[in-house]
Design a binder for this molecule. Structure first.
Ligand SMILES: Nc1nc2c(ncn2[C@@H]2O[C@H](COP(=O)(O)OP(=O)(O)OP(=O)(O)O)[C@@H](O)[C@H]2O)c(=O)[nH]1
Ligand SMILES: [Mg+2]
Length: 654
């Protein structure tokens, strides 16, 4: 078995994530044991756990055809099979985007989406929801032959009439480059499949790695799903150049537009110069070869707008060979380990950061709320104990007086409770207003409106107008949502203040929330659209219209996705804002009842005062214990969230 740094780091990352899941499960078990859990809290924990368990790490490989993407994937991830797993050969080999992953609910198989689905407007993401649209080939993971022969399917092409290819948006008779591909009988060769998913239990895939192999650059333009969704959302994108071809114009364009450009400026974008073995020349010295490689790096870097040390020179082919033959010297010469190191350095720490940021607030909020609940319980108990201790040696009158006092407290609180109910109803109204701006229904209406406006216009001008209006509308909806959110927050702030003054409830400051991050996501999509339509005002050919419609559908499905996330986040926020007040009000009401009950009993002499006091002292002890437990749990979660391995823990585990 070859162990690359990447798989080791990735394994360490998985251990970290599993640790976090385990600690969360401990917290949940504790809540259940202590009877502190409720349906709302449990749902929030479940949601966090699901998110952590589904966590994926996406790595995409992009290049012009035949630069060695598939070979590089084989070399980095699949050398353990001792063979070339993904088909890699001269000429165009990978004909459709191919995703490698492991989903344990599905059989070990190759799922293929027929190219004919391009005649519909549905995106590949939508098709993923409909298993019956895919052709499935099962294979046997224990047999490399079985796998390799199944994987050959991604290279399959077919010959279709030119009109069909045009309908799929794969052929433009007016484009001179396309016209060259026309066969004498007016047919065109096109890929048989639109998309492939290879599902198999490789250790890295099992841990959540998802690899995307793409066909040459022309596929990037025809499948907007790639440019609007998969590439910008990949945690790492490797852009591969080859030493034997230099950098072409289309490569510069794609690099600038889809990978490094200001639009998707983010971590994990790596450029690779492959096939450096072509420069190994036995008649030259090591120094001369190194100089040759550096010269190529400098030229390529210049064209891509990078520093030469930002491009990683490798030989995927020799790297694979070296791993298969366990030839350490050749592996070093292939410089593959350096690329793997860079990839894991770019990838893992920033990924960890994202996961941590996404979970930390939610976990802390849950734990804080548990803490608030325990404190409220403790405070009530202490008051009750004081009250009872004050009764020691007093006569019946005092007890009666006391009972009346609690009754008045209770009545007052009931008035407060009515106010709370009224607040709840205003709160739901406000939330409803918020969802008229942000809700999915409203968005779907906008999408339909824009789609119709686009279809009725064959000119880029009309289409551009419809799209501009779409984005303006979305932006204004987010801004209105922000105003509404602010209003809700102010109302809740005031309510917490009032309840804390009047009923001695603990004052909680509701967390702030803004739609800024969704505005940013939309701005990215808007920029993508502007770049796409950066063409003179003119009429659209059929093929262009097909592509434009596809582009819009993909764009719309991305916008819908942003909205789905926004809706989910807002719902969580609304819960987080009202939940502490709800649970405190419930707790306070219960305490008043208990107080009244214990004084009543003492008044009626069913309980002796001392019995009751010692009973409550035991409850006090157990709440102190719970508070202590919670402190420890909080510490464990803090440790689990931390970046570095816990030395004591790993020693304990060893
Ligand atoms: N000399 C040399 N050849 C390589 C190297 N990497 C890949 N090749 C060869 O280049 C050709 C193309 O490699 P692929 O892996 O199929 O390239 P690809 O980028 O996946 O190409 P498409 O799937 O067609 O987009 C194959 O014949 C490989 O053997 C390398 O490092 N050195
Ligand atoms: Mg390939």
């Amino acid at each position: 078995m070859t162990h690359s740094t990447l798989s080791e780091q990735f394994a360490a990352y998985s251990v970290w994530r599993t640790g976090l899941v385990d600690t969360l499960c401990d917290y949940r078990t504790w809540l259940n044991e202590q009877e502190l859990n409720d349906a709302q809290i449990d749902l929030r924990i479940q949601h966090l756990l699901d998110r952590l368990r589904d966590d994926k790490l996406n790595v995409a490989f992009v290049a012009e055809f035949s630069r060695g993407k598939s070979e590089l994937i084989n070399a980095i991830f699949f050398a353990d099979y001792g063979q070339r797993l993904l088909p890699s050969s001269a000429g165009r080999t990978t004909m459709c985007p191919t995703e490698l992953l492991y989903d344990e609910t599905k059989p070990t198989s190759l799922q293929l989406l027929p190219i004919e689905t391009r005649s519909t407007d549905a995106t590949t993401t939508e098709y993923k929801r409909y298993a019956d649209e895919w052709t499935v080939f099962e294979f046997n993971v224990d047999s490399s032959e079985s796998m390799i022969s199944a994987f050959k399917e991604v290279s399959r092409t077919k010959r279709v009439p030119a009109e069909d290819a045009t309908r799929y948006g794969l052929f433009d008779p007016d484009d001179p480059d396309d016209a060259m591909n026309l066969n004498p009988d007016n047919t065109v060769d096109i890929p048989s499949w639109r998309y492939a998913i290879i599902n198999f239990p490789h250790p890295l895939l099992k841990q959540g790695l998802v690899i995307l192999d793409t066909p040459g650059l022309n596929a990037i333009g025809t499948e907007p799903e790639l440019t609007l969704n998969m590439l910008p959302n990949a945690h790492a994108v490797l852009f591969i150049l080859a030493a034997d071809t230099g950098v072409t114009k289309s490569e510069i364009d794609v690099w600038r537009q889809y990978i490094s450009g200001t639009r998707w400026k983010q971590k994990g974008r790596l450029a690779v110069l492959n096939k450096i073995d072509g420069l190994w020349d036995e008649l030259k010295s090591e120094k001369e070869i190194a100089r040759e490689i550096n010269k190529q790096l400098a030229t390529s870097a210049d064209l891509l707008g990078l520093h030469p040390n930002q491009i990683y020179p490798v030989s995927a082919h020799k790297g694979l060979l070296a791993k298969v033959n366990e030839d350490a010297a050749l592996l070093e010469k292939s410089r593959l380990p350096e690329l793997e190191q860079a990839l894991s350095d770019e990838l893992i720490p920033s990924k960890k950061e994202i996961v941590r940021d996404n979970t930390q607030n939610e976990i802390e909020d849950l734990i804080n709320n548990s803490g608030i609940l325990l404190e409220a319980r403790m405070q009530g108990l202490i008051e009750q104990l004081e009250e009872l201790r004050g009764l020691r040696g007093r006569n019946e009158d005092v007890v009666e007086h006391m009972m009346n006092k609690v009754k008045i407290d209770k009545e007052n609180f009931e008035k407060g409770l009515q106010r709370f109910q009224a607040l709840r109803s205003v709160f739901s109204q406000q939330a409803n207003t918020l969802f008229t701006h942000l809700g999915m229904e409203a968005l779907k209406v906008e999408v339909t409106k824009t789609r119709e406006a686009m279809i009725s216009s064959n000119f880029t001008k009309g289409i551009r107008g419809a799209m501009d209006a779409f984005f303006v509308e979305l932006k204004s909806r987010l801004l209105k949502s922000d105003t509404q959110i602010e209003e809700i927050k102010n109302m809740m702030d005031a309510m917490y203040q009032k309840f804390s003054e009047e009923h001695n409830l603990r004052q909680v400051t509701p967390p702030a929330f803004s739609t800024l991050r969704y505005q940013k996501e939309l701005a990215k999509l808007e920029r993508a659209y502007k770049e796409h339509f950066d063409t003179p005002l003119n009429m659209l050919t059929n093929e262009k219209m097909t592509l434009t419609t596809k582009f819009f559908e993909t764009l719309a499905s991305r916008v819908i996705h942003v909205y789905e996330v926004a809706n989910r986040d807002v719902e969580n926020w609304l819960k987080a804002v009202i939940a502490p007040m709800e649970s405190q009000v419930r707790e306070h009401q219960m305490q008043l009842l208990r107080r009244l009950e214990s004084i009543k009993r003492i008044y009626k002499a069913t309980d002796t005062l001392e019995d009751r006091i010692s009973e409550l002292e035991n409850v006090e002890k157990s709440i102190r214990g719970q508070m202590q437990d919670l402190k420890i749990l909080k510490q464990h979660i803090g440790n689990a969230l931390a970046f570095d391995q816990q030395p004591e823990e790993s020693q304990a585990a060893a």
